[in-house]
Design a protein around this ligand. Structure first.
Ligand SMILES: [Ca+2]
Length: 292
């Protein structure tokens, strides 16, 4: 065979692979406005959207069922971090995750994670606490139970608001809080759907960056001032933060797909970006998280 024939065959093969991947993707992903076109070796192109796909083990490059063209394509695509941590002990001040990634100034932002509810059906303790030297309660999400109902306290710029959460016992849920200090509101999403909007925040000032971001304890000082009854117990998976208010459809895709996320997050709990304290243990995620 001539070199030219080889080139033509290679181009046909690569284009075929691109079409196969494209049709596979189209089934998995919702349509989005943000798309980009990638050039493939051999001259083919493929359009992908702005979501990162964290592939479950059975679809990862190198697993059976993918041909070489697909594997090369998948390797080219960055993945969402799959992270999972277990907070084993209730009522302690020793167990937490400190996020080393710098926190930017935020007028808007979003916190999302998969969390497990306990036998009492609540988010148990402080999911996140962000403190600056000037203001220890810059951003707090704290779950607890009161009068038989799951509650959530939200603090932004030292202002606190309290709401109910529609949680049931021993479930894994996808939780997001999207805040906008100029608009003065926080939107709470459970399993990809808007549960409620808290719209009474008065301090329309920036949440200053450069502070200390802690998962699992509530700070009344910089990385200090923890209280036993505010500690987190349970599992936290794929915790991420963005310095923008995610759109409802983006949150819905994360909850529905489990392994996908908008890639412009500034914090995720990857091993190189966290310090673990006390008895927090990292777990290996073998499949995408899902509601159950
Ligand atoms: Ca505090």
């Amino acid at each position: 065979m001539s070199n030219l024939s080889n080139v033509i065959l290679l181009m046909l093969f690569l284009n075929y692979g691109a079409v196969m991947v494209s049709s596979q993707r189209a089934k998995r992903r919702p349509s989005r406005n943000e798309t980009k076109t990638m050039n493939l070796q051999g001259g083919g192109t493929i359009t992908i959207n702005n979501f990162v796909n964290c592939l479950p083990d059975d679809e990862r490059p190198g697993s059976k069922g993918l041909n070489n063209a697909e594997e090369n394509f998948l390797l080219d695509e960055p993945e969402c971090p799959l992270t999972s941590y277990e907070f084993h002990q209730p009522r302690q001040t020793t167990d937490y995750i400190r996020v080393k990634t710098p926190v930017p100034d935020m007028y808007t932002g979003t916190v999302c994670a998969w969390i497990s509810t306990g036998a009492d059906g609540m988010m148990q303790g402080t999911l996140v606490s962000y403190a600056t030297a000037k203001q220890f309660n810059s951003l707090i999400l704290f779950g607890y139970k009161k009068n038989g109902t799951a509650k959530l306290d939200v603090f932004i710029n030292d202002e606190g608001y309290f709401t109910d959460l529609p949680l049931t016992k021993e479930r894994q849920i996808h939780f997001c809080a999207a805040f906008n200090v100029i608009g003065g509101y926080v939107k709470i999403f459970i399993d990809g759907s808007l549960d409620k909007t808290i719209a009474r925040f008065q301090k329309k000032v920036v949440i200053e960056g450069g502070g200390v971001l802690i998962i699992g304890q509530e700070q009344d000082g910089l990385a200090s001032g923890f209280m036993q009854d505010q500690s987190y117990k349970g599992q936290i998976s794929n915790f991420m933060m963005w310095d923008r208010e995610l759109e409802t459809r983006e949150i819905r895709v994360m909850a529905d797909e489990g392994c996908e996320c908008p890639r412009d997050y500034f914090a995720a709990l990857t091993p190189d970006s966290v310090t673990l304290a006390g008895g927090v243990s990292a777990k290996v995620m073998k499949k995408c998280p899902a509601t159950k």
